[in-house]
Structure formats: C-alpha cells, structure tokens
Design a protein around this ligand. Structure first.
Ligand code: BES
Ligand code: ZN
Ligand code: ZN
Length: 482
C-alpha cells in the first residue's frame, strides 16, 4: 500500500500545505471562504469559478496553501464514500500531493472510515520487482477524534485491507517465484497470527487417494500440495465451522491440451481463488472474528511434459468417482473436486464456498463486472448477492440443473471433465463440481475468472490483481455469521 494514514486530534490545526475538506453538493463562495478563511473579495480574484464543478474533486491554490475540495452528494451510500476515497487517492497521485490533511467536517465517522478504506484499497501497488524506480508514498493525516469503538472499527478495516493485499501480492507474483512449495512457505507464516496450517504433500495425498488433484500436477517438476488453514474464533462451539475452498493453479499452461501463446502469461493468476481464501483467513484472524473457519487450497502447476496427464486418462478421485480427463486444460475442476470432497468429509462444515478462476466462458457471460455464482442453496445465494452490492464485489447467480448432467456423463467413467456438445461452459463446470459435494452441504461456487485480475483499473482497484472476494466474504461473515 502506498498510503500511510495517521490519525490526529481534530482540534490540532493542520500544518500541512495540502488540506482536504468535504463540501456539500452546491457549495458556494461563502462555504469556500469559511473553509479557507479567505475573504470573498480576495477569493474572487483567485478562483475562476468556471472551473469549479461540484461533481469532481478539485483544488484551490490559496496563499501558499492548497485546499482540496471533495464534493459529497446527499444520496451517498457507504459504497460511494469508498469510491470517493479512491478518487481522492487518484487525485493526490495525479497531482503529486504527497502529504495531505483531511478534516472530517460534517461526514459521520462510519462514512469517513469507509472513505479512508477506499483510499487505501485503491492505493495498492506491486513494485517488488521495480528495482530503483521511485515508489509512490503518500501520507494522509486524518483529523478526527476517535472513540475506543472507532479505534476497534478502524482496526477491522486495517485487517481487511491486509487480507486484500495479501491476496493481491500472491496473485501478482510471477509464476517462477510463486510455485506451490513457495506458496506453502508463505502460508506457513500465517501460524504467527493463530492459524493452524496443515500441509499435505504428494505422498500424503496419494495415500488419501486424491488422484484427481494429483493428476493435474503430473507434468510439472514442482510438487503439488493441499493446505488447510484453520482458525477458531468461536472456541465454545468448535464443531460449528464454515469453509472456503480455493483453486490454486500456480500456472496453467493447459497441459497437453496446451493453451495458445497469446496472453498465456495471464495464467499466473489461475491461483487467485486460493489467494482469496488465504487473504480471507488472514483478515479473519487479524480482526479476531468470532467464527470458526477453515480454508482449503489445492496448489498445483499445470504443465505439459513426458510425465503429464493425457487427454483420455481416467483418474479415481478422492470421492471414489472416476473422471475421464478429456481436456487437460479443464484442470481447475479436477483440483477442486478432491479439495471439495475432502473439505466436506474432514470438517463437516456448515457451508462450503469455493472460489476459482474456472472458466473463460464466465468472462463471455459477465465480463469484469460480476463474478458467476452457482449454488445448491437459495439462502446462501441471496446473502452473497446482497453483501456483494454492499462492498461493490458483485455476484450474479447462474443456474444449476440436473439436466445439464448428461453433458458431462462419460461413456466409460462416472464423469468427464468437459462438455463436448458446446454451450453453458461455466454451468457445466459448476455442475461438475457439484458432483463432488456428497452430503448436500450448502455450497456456493464463485467463478472469478473475470474478476481476479484486470488490465484496467476499476473504482476501487488499480490495474492488476484485485483481491476480489476478500471483502465480499468478510462482509458475509460479519453480517450473517459472527
Ligand atoms: N484457468 C482457465 C480459465 C480461465 C480463462 C481463467 C481465462 C481466467 C481467464 C481454466 O483452467 C480453463 O482453461 N478452462 C477452459 C475450460 C475448457 C477446456 C472446457 C476454458 O475456459 O477454456
Ligand atoms: Zn485450464
Ligand atoms: Zn485453470
């Protein structure tokens, strides 16, 4: 994050040259006058009112001081405050205003906290490999008085921001650095914050019969892993546990069903589902959420090679069901199949939510605006939909239906990993996953292929890794399960 926020007593006069203030919808010359403590006659000489526009942030250069005006509209919701904070970050960056004081004025503390949250979320930069190039660093002084409760709330925002950025860092790392073993090493560090990390290597997975997951990693010289991350914030009721499962394909070449060269480099982000699970677990532990959660990630690299899985291979999954692998590029579902059954069997969770950059088809359907949501449970779906709107990480439900099953029934195994008849690519993928939930546990699948990474910046994200899902699932837990 390239912004550091410090809190100062609001009675202190800001000594920064750059001062930001919120203004109402139709601010007037007298409003600016009282804010800047300059007389109207003097103001009129400095300000060209034609440039003043109450829709956008702008600044006035007054007597050696820069006053940045942040217009707030009456109908603003929490979400709008986050986006406004992000806009201020862009403004500071574009103008190279490196140190700014912000007065809360008439904004209530909750909206102000969301404003700062948006500003910080937007300021993420991944510059680990940029050598000596100058890094952006902005200092924001928030002039507010915080009660004890406010401080706790701000702590909560900080935890979520840390989780979002942990996920973004994992996704941004190049695939030669973040291969499965290195990923495991980073997850082991979560032990320090009270998460129980258990690592299953290939030998252990072989014993358990996770041949669907293992098959995907066969062509790679890197070892595959399954990692569980357990966090108990509700110790009185340890068996009441919720679960999140993530696809962690550290690089997806397609395997023997090799992908075309163009944009193949993007497939480093094929582990984004697992990164969101990891970031979520980190934020829950940091904010000491009062809930028990397990995160399960399957970490593999999908490579071609002499030992790689072939199209036509049949593998026996952890569930006991056999899978005919017709296309080695439909590997995410093979990883998730075993991870889902394992999670359900071992932890008996109250729900399972999985996240995966699963299909290109979901980008055709929903682009970079909504993640695809598939679920066997209306209540869980509705909750996800609602919290999505609240945090601006939107999800859109698509159907599951047993009639799709015939498209993935194999003639020589229990199921095949692609549907050859064409159409409904994201649905048949979800339908495939559902076959590995054996006990009808409430389950939701989020296909985040269009949301995890973007060449373009969005409201709350710079270009690159978004961390989509960490805020969504924090909100889900916060609102309905804590
Ligand atoms: N990782 C890809 C899906 C993907 C595509 C993610 C574009 C992000 C951006 C997945 O493993 C894949 O290759 N899916 C295939 C499935 C097909 C072979 C049935 C796809 O979507 O083309
Ligand atoms: Zn693939
Ligand atoms: Zn993939």
């Amino acid at each position: 994050m390239s912004v550091q926020v410090v809190y100062k007593n609001s009675k202190k006069i800001a000594n920064s040259k750059f001062q930001a203030v919120f203004t109402g919808e139709n601010f007037t010359m007298s409003e600016i006058s009282s804010l800047s403590k300059l007389e109207i006659t003097k103001l009129k000489k400095i300000i060209n009112f034609k440039n003043v526009n109450s829709n956008n942030i702008f600044h006035l250069n007054l007597d050696n001081k820069i006053i940045i005006l942040i217009p707030v509209k009456k109908n603003f919701k929490i979400n709008d405050f986050e986006i406004l904070g992000a806009k201020l970050y862009e403004y500071l960056k574009n103008n190279s205003f490196k140190k700014v004081s912000i007065s809360k004025n008439f904004i209530n503390i909750n909206n102000f906290n969301h404003f700062i949250h948006g500003l910080k979320i937007k300021s993420y930069e991944f510059n680990l490999y940029k050598g000596s190039q100058k890094k952006n660093l902005f200092l924001v002084e928030a002039l507010i008085n915080r009660s004890k409760k406010d401080k706790i709330n701000i702590q909560k925002f900080n935890s979520i921001e840390a989780g979002v950025n942990f996920a973004r860092d994992l996704v941004s790392e190049p695939p030669n650095v973040l291969f499965p073993k290195e990923y495991v090493n980073r997850l082991l560090k979560l032990r320090k914050i009270g998460i129980k990390v258990t690592v299953y290597n290939e030998a252990k997975m072989k014993k358990l019969g996770m041949n669907s997951l293992l098959g995907v990693g066969k062509g790679s010289s890197k070892e595959s892993y399954l990692v569980t991350l357990e966090y108990y914030g509700n110790k009185k009721n340890r068996s009441k546990l919720f679960s999140f499962v993530g696809k962690g394909v550290c690089f997806d070449t397609g395997g023997i069903s090799l992908k075309p060269a163009r944009f193949m480099e993007e497939m480093k982000y094929d582990m984004a589902g697992s990164a969101v699970v990891s970031g979520l677990m980190q934020s829950l532990a940091l904010r000491k959420a009062k809930i028990n959660v397990v995160g399960v990630v399957g970490l593999v690299e999908n490579m071609p090679g002499g030992n790689a899985q072939r199209p036509g291979d049949i593998v026996k999954s952890y569930s006991g069901k056999t899978i005919e692998v017709l296309n080695t590029d439909a590997e995410g579902r093979l990883v998730l199949a075993d991870a889902l059954t394992f999670t359900e069997k071992k932890f008996k969770p109250k729900f399972i939510i999985d996240l995966a950059t699963l299909t290109g088809a979901i980008i055709v359907s929903l682009g970079e605006e909504y993640a695809g949501l598939f679920s066997n449970n209306d209540e869980l779906s509705d909750k996800l939909y609602k919290v999505g709107l609240e945090v601006n990480e939107k999800v859109w439900r698509l159907p599951l239906n047993k009639n799709y099953d015939k498209l993935i029934n194999s003639s020589i195994a229990d199921v095949q990993n692609i549907n050859y008849s064409g159409g409904a690519g994201s649905i048949t993928a979800a339908q495939f996953l559902q076959r590995f939930i054996l006990k009808n546990t409430p389950w939701a699948h989020l296909d985040i292929a269009g949301m995890a990474f973007s060449k373009k910046a969005a409201n709350l994200n710079p270009s690159g890794a978004t961390g989509f899902g960490v805020r969504l699932l924090n909100q889900l837990i916060d609102k309905y399960y804590e």
